[in-house]
Design a protein around this ligand. Structure first.
Ligand code: ZN
Length: 142
């Protein structure tokens, strides 16, 4: 990853070929103590693993996509899960024929990818929510 601080709380840069996108992003967040924020990524991936959350079963259904795709947009937020920075990533991918597909991003092998990260001042934590079966953000009141 080649990335630099562009202003007090903003980073801009790129992933390098063959990096694992979610793992590398998580590593960067940990190293820079980014405990809450948002990010936006565009580029191209060699393969990806996306998921659909089954609301009745309350579990993620994984869909490995072993094919190159345009990374049309990967967006998400950053919060603390079990005390560690956690990027919640969603993605829209573009196939060769121009069709789009996407989901909750579990991982992707990068061809090229450009990333923008905005860090917030206050940490936000995730807590397990019984009714949805998901770890939801719990912003604290001032
Ligand atoms: Zn999600």
């Amino acid at each position: 990853m080649k990335i630099s601080k562009q202003s007090e709380n903003e980073f801009f840069g790129r992933f390098e070929e063959n990096e694992e996108l979610v793992a590398k992003l998580t590593e960067f967040l940990e190293q820079n103590n980014i405990h809450s924020g948002v990010f936006s990524i565009i580029g191209s991936v060699k393969a990806s693993r996306i998921a659909f959350f089954d609301q009745k079963e309350k579990k993620y259904l994984e869909m490995p996509m072993d094919e190159p795709a345009e990374l049309l947009h990967c967006t998400g937020n950053i919060s603390l899960k079990d005390g560690k920075p956690f990027p919640h990533c969603h993605v829209v991918l573009g196939a060769r024929d121009g069709s789009a597909y996407g989901g909750h991003l579990l991982g992707a092998k990068v061809f090229v990818a450009e990333v923008y990260i905005k860090k917030f001042d206050k940490p936000v934590e995730r807590k397990f929510d019984e009714s949805t079966g998901l770890e939801l953000i719990e912003p604290k009141e001032d």
